[in-house]
Design a binder for this molecule. Sequence first.
Ligand code: DP6
Length: 323
Amino acid sequence: MEYQNTQTTAHTNIAFIKYWGKKDAQLNLPCTDSLSLTLDGYFTTTTSKFISDNEDQIWLNGQRAPVGFFKRTQKFLDLCRQLNHCKQKIQIITTNHVPTAAGLASSASGFAALAGSLNKLFQMHLSRAQLSCLARRGSGSAARSIYGGWVWWQQGSSDQTSLAVPIDEHPQLPICLLSVVFNDQPKKISSTQGMERARTTSPFYSCWPHIVANDLSAMKKAIATADLQQIGQIAENNCLAMHALNWSARPAFSYFTDATWKLINLLQQWRQELQLVAYATVDAGPNVKIITQKNQVQQIQARVQHSFPEAQTTILYPGSGIQ
Ligand code: DP6
């Protein structure tokens, strides 16, 4: 099998309604649905082939993969070998194409690209729905990176029913995101660990499924009516509710830094005083993605750079599904 035939590219995605907690950690079944926008700026390209070595070979950005990355990838290779009754070792070559310090999660594009490539290697002939289930086993958010544009991950109740579906693969509304990176160091508490602590110890966690259900239905309406302000407001509210679970976990933890708060407050001020469309969403780290519209993003970028001269900013537009 030629490398070329297994090459797969997947883009990363940002959740507007967050996934935060698993009801089955083995299968990566989430406690709630979630909803995301796939982005164009950042993607992973992966190829795979069978090798006759005694060990899997995993290359990341031209170098042997670090231990943590190797183990997580190998676990996924084991799953695919098991599904295909195969014992052969595999070589993976994966490259992350990242705008300078974009601070975007690489596990979503990474496992979506890996699932797509192994689908070709093992000639599994999976549909996109089945690929979404497979990618989910690597990392929950990867289930959504199979599709472009607006994507809804339905929590489901089994390995076969927890999958993403596209809502609108080519959004026409003039949405874009400004990624603001204060710090590109790896996070101290991974998403996997953080969401598990929140789920098992926050006294507010029982509210979370209700919050998500309400936000999700409001978000779908806002997308259908192309109401960018509503989309931004719901996303920001949902993000802050997710982080409130962490602040109320025991022991409590937070991904926010002073800069995160300062920017969220500034956005509120710019909305009120300057009528700008600018809302924040934050994942498992201190960096902020500003939800805005195309004709305002440059002004917002200039304002952010003025207030945070050290921050690195990147403009991102809706992107496509796996290729
Ligand atoms: C805050 O998909 O990285 O970005 O399934 O354990 O790999 P695992 O977690 P991951 O969690 C993403 C968390 C989030 C919200 C989201 O993307 O929905």
